[in-house]
Write a protein that binds this ligand. Sequence first.
Ligand code: HSE
Length: 297
Amino acid sequence: KGVQVFAPATVANLVCGFDVLGMALQQPQDVMTMRLRKEPGIVISHADGYDLPVEPEKNVAGASLLALMEEYSEKVGFEVIIDKRIKPGSGLGSSAASSAGAVVGANYLLGNPFSKEDLVRFAMNGEKVASGVKHADNIAPCIYGGVTLIQSIFPLNIVQLTAPPMYVTVVHPQIEVRTSDARQILRKEVQLKAAIKQWGNIAGLVAGFLKNDYDLIGRSLEDVIIEPVRSILIPGFDEVKKKSKEAGALGGGISGSGPSIFMLSKEEYVAKGVEDVMIDVYTRLGIEFKTYVTMIN
Ligand code: HSE
């Protein structure tokens, strides 16, 4: 028995919601082919040419599957072939896609014994391998789709949010920002004044999604805590953001821990205009890049 899994890219944080908000994109998607094996154990290979570890404990898909197998009543084995189309280190949830895809595929092959929340819990072990910390803001939208809120991580509580149709323009400047570094540089304390602004924005963003209020969404896409520190790692960030908004984008910011930048737009022609802005900025800076115009998945 075999299955092919399409695991979408995700944008974690959604600007103000560090570690608690995330959304799934329609493109790009990793493709994973999985089979049950007759013998127990996990065999992983890459069909994409990426030089990623294939030992189950060191591989994000493998670590997630090991967590799943620990809670399954019988001894089982899986073969996993990963074709990564989401570049590792892009800030688009590449490791989450492998982690989530693996446990979604395994659950299907076993006849769906686990809930979605179980699957998020298992896949968080992959994130631990990738970045040293368990966070679910890429995993949850990858598994649930759409926009998700992690109300609490221990114990895990995921809330699926509705959102109005929106276009997402993404630019991935081909520079390296490691999630672990991008977390390390953050200050551990937050000023009360900044915290008030931030939780106002998170609440505003969630309310904007639920009420289909594009203006409220746009006003709430502001991060006074994380972005000022992290954006220093991304050349062109301020210019992309400023000019994208001038081109009509609702707002946006760093995708996950970067270096990708995402912008939300109500209309497709605006999203394409935002792509032109991104192309212009990175061409002038002489930095290689890739862009996507897609929608929330
Ligand atoms: N919320 C995480 C961070 C996502 O911003 O560090 C990392 O992909």
